[in-house]
Write a protein that binds this ligand. Structure first.
Ligand code: NAP
Length: 282
């Protein structure tokens, strides 16, 4: 079997189109667009690329968009004061503090200071708690994008055995909760798990590990759905996923490529979250 590709680039474009229409409707109704503020501290080159891309997308979709960039010498108190100002700003519906922060800053304390209704990354304990309880809230963008991919191929996870590899707070855990809330049977693997044994029995595999080609093709159950969140930059500069794509595609029914799979979905879902936040706040 050769798997069908889940085209994240095309789906992200579709999500952006939907969001653009919703943003235009909000602007027409309330006289101002959804607004997102991105805070960046220091000069991490990858963060700069991500923030530029988020700002560009927000502008293309007709959002209000503000990029606050501060030197790496910024203090915790100064950063908390910026967050407090954005929390109080009625034009700002979404606040995103780009991680990683310089080492002397306490990222947990900064994320906790963001008003939960503006927490478009979905990292605040209030939003994590709502997800845990199966109640509506702002959901972390990458796992939300994975769920949207499953929806797009009309795959119903009800009762399916879904294996999530990775238990980070930004991908693995929220992914597991989203699948559980959708009535899947969920198994979460991590560095102490027998990953091969679990993958072999999985109807759906979501790999969010950060180890290139950890998931071997012959682990994949024939006909499974494989979603690869991994983004691993090799010594040759090439990007690879956590799944051995060439081998896995011979057994899976559907598979996401890297690049062009989950990656493009993340920013699209961030914009979706900003519209969700804007609607809830109006
Ligand atoms: P992370 O915080 O480093 O978490 C990695 C998880 O993988 C941990 O739970 C770890 O287990 C587990 N793990 C590590 N080695 C393992 C092994 N050999 N077998 C089984 N599990 C293992 O990473 P993350 O932030 O979740 O990101 C994961 C990957 O997704 C990275 O490649 C990252 O670049 C990518 N990512 C992509 C996007 C996107 O937009 N496409 C967004 C976010 C992240 P322990 O908990 O036991 O240590």
């Amino acid at each position: 079997m050769t798997a069908q590709l889940i085209d994240g680039k095309a789906l992200a474009a579709k999500v952006r189109d939907e969001v653009k229409q919703e943003a235009a409707a909000l602007t027409a109704r309330y006289g101002r667009p959804p607004g997102i503020a991105v805070v960046r501290v220091g000069d991490d080159p990858a963060s700069q690329v991500y923030v530029t891309s988020k700002e560009k997308t927000a502008k293309e979709l007709g959002f209000g968009s503000w990029h606050h960039h501060f030197p790496a010498t910024m203090t915790q108190g100064e950063l908390l004061a910026v967050v407090a100002r954005l929390n109080a700003d009625p034009l700002v519906d979404g606040i995103l503090v780009q991680l990683p922060l310089p080492k002397h800053l306490d990222a947990n304390a900064v994320l906790a200071a963001i008003e939960p209704s503006k927490d478009v990354d979905g990292f605040h304990a209030t939003n994590a708690g709502l997800l845990f309880q199966g109640r509506p809230g702002l959901v972390p963008c990458t796992p939300a994008g994975c769920m949207r991919m499953l929806q797009e191929i009309r795959y119903d996870v009800t009762g399916k055995r879904c294996v999530v590899i990775g238990r980070s707070t930004i991908v693995g855990r929220p992914m597991a909760m989203l699948l559980l809330n959708a009535s899947a049977t969920v198994i979460v693997c991590h560095s102490k798990s027998d990953v091969a044994a679990e993958v072999q029995r999985a109807d759906v595999v979501v790999a969010a590990v950060g180890v290139s080609k950890l998931v071997k093709g012959d682990w994949v159950k024939p006909g499974a759905i494989v979603i690869d969140v991994g983004m691993n930059r090799g010594a040759d500069g090439k990007l690879s996923g956590d799944v051995d794509f060439d081998a896995a595609k011979e057994r899976a029914a559907w598979i996401t490529p890297v690049p062009g799979g989950v990656g493009p979905m993340t920013i699209a879902m961030l914009m979706h979250n900003t519209v969700v936040a804007a609607k809830a706040r109006r």
